[in-house]
Design a protein around this ligand. Structure first.
Ligand code: GUN
Ligand code: ZN
Length: 435
């Protein structure tokens, strides 16, 4: 389809304008039980009730109709590792042993560009099947892993952020770089890819235990030289990891202070996990404008802990939702929402289905500082959207018959839904996946 043409889509439509936890569910979203999205040159031209918008269109305008379906913005995954695709569901370990036994040996394979391209293509197919249209992604230490990733993303016209891992200690020799080579290669990759089409670069120190002070200082230098790059790392995921960071950085007042000391807290910094932080840490994140990637399936799978979302809300820290593949157990942000709900039940924090869907869409866009481009259907936003099928499974169809309100319907979709529910994916208006 020629993207310069106007495209019109008709279905039930839901998108968010604000955080339900801040403004209240009722005014956080726009919902059209019979809605239209009009797309022009890949961007949203208008969204609204069909009965209001149809009379403004030429009588012969072609409309793609999706009955029994809900259109929402494409899901945004704020933290995952494409090279870990093949080790998803590896048995038995918590973080540090899991890294040694499964992750590092697999990541070694990404020195081979053919392997990297093969996994990148599979990874993007999997994102599309699950309705994830944008993501913040780890490569490996090998710069070719990032080239393979961005080449595949560019061909699919996806909005993606990625970076080469920086890691110069406490890891196998075959996976380490040095502060100098890490600096040189990150700079080369950022200059090649950052801002090209829909791609952006993230400076990616793996986490404090595998980075020397010299390497973290170098990451800070890169951010100073290129202030619009992202910073992407892990923070306070596992209690043994937190103890280890205290030993490795005795002069720093907290794990977060290790990163702060090296100038790594900006409004484009995203920290995965953040399970073991105190009020001061949350305050520092708030002040710097940095965001958190909350990874419920991973946190449960590795036995890492339960994220304190209520505190992040109270202290006004940006939070996005993330799968953290391959420690996370599903590419589906619907399944991730299901575990998100359960982790917060265990903390007595009752999440509404509106807040959950917000986190997977507009909340993610805000966390990734992409809110001016994606995350909802305001006019001018990039038209990445997905079509969810209310009749995808017999159980879902049967359950939904008993649902009387949008809240009930949305919740059932979130608890019972996964890739089977994603019927179509549109990137810049164009259909790129059909179940
Ligand atoms: N911390 C450092 N590296 C990793 C990783 O690859 N996955 C997770 N979940 N945590 C990490
Ligand atoms: Zn991770």
């Amino acid at each position: 389809m020629n993207i310069d043409e106007v495209q019109i889509f008709r279905a039930e439509i839901l998108h968010f304008l604000a955080d339900p936890a801040e403004v209240g569910d009722d005014i956080s979203y726009e919902y059209f039980s019979d809605g239209l999205i009009i797309v022009k040159s890949g961007l949203v031209e208008a969204v609204g009730h069909a009965e209001k918008l149809l009379p403004r269109l030429p009588a012969d305008a072609s409309v793609t109709h999706y009955p029994n379906s809900l259109i929402v913005p494409g899901f945004i995954d704020c933290h995952l590792h494409y090279p870990q695709t093949e080790i998803i569901a590896s048995y038995g370990e918590q973080l540090l042993e899991w890294l040694e036994n499964y992750t590092f040996p697999t990541e070694r394979e990404f020195g081979d560009p053919d392997k990297a391209s093969d996994v990148a293509e599979f990874f993007f197919d999997e994102l599309m099947r699950n309705g994830t249209t944008s993501a913040l992604v780890f490569g490996t230490v090998h710069k070719q892993s990032v080239d393979a990733f961005f080449s595949a993303a560019q061909a699919r016209r996806l909005r993606m952020i990625c970076g080469k891992v920086l890691m110069d200690r406490n890891a196998p020799d075959y996976l380490t770089d040095t502060p100098e080579s890490g600096y040189r290669e990150s700079k080369e990759l950022a200059e090649r890819w950052h801002g090209i089409d829909r791609l952006r670069y993230a400076v990616t120190p793996r986490f404090a235990p595998t980075c020397s002070n010299e390497q973290l200082a170098m990451a800070g230098k890169l951010l100073k030289e290129y202030p619009d790059l992202y910073l992407h790392t892990h923070l306070a995921e596992n209690s043994s990891e937190v103890e280890w960071v205290k030993e490795l950085f005795p002069d720093r007042s907290s794990y977060l202070d290790v990163y702060a000391h090296h100038g790594l807290l900006t409004k484009r910094s995203i920290f995965a996990h953040c399970l073991h932080l105190n009020d001061d840490d949350f305050e520092l994140l708030h002040k710097s404008g940095a965001g958190i990637a909350f990874c419920p399936t991973s946190n449960l799978f590795l036995g890492s802990g339960l994220f304190n979302l209520a505190r992040a809300e109270k202290q006004k820290v940006k939070v996005g939702l993330a799968t953290d593949i391959g420690a996370g157990t599903s590419f589906s942000l619907l399944q991730t929402i299901s575990d998100l709900y359960k982790t917060q039940q265990l903390r007595n924090h009752r999440l509404t289905p509106f807040k959950s869907l917000y986190l997977a869409t507009k909340g993610g866009a805000l966390t990734l500082d992409l809110d001016d481009l994606i995350g909802n259907f305001e006019p001018g936003k990039e038209a990445d959207f997905i079509v969810l099928d209310y009749h995808a499974t017999p159980l879902l169809a049967r359950r939904l018959k008993r649902c009387k309100t949008l809240t009930e319907k949305l919740f059932a979709l979130q608890m019972l839904g996964d890739d089977r529910v994603v019927k179509n994916v549109h990137i810049l208006g164009e259909e790129v996946y059909k179940k």
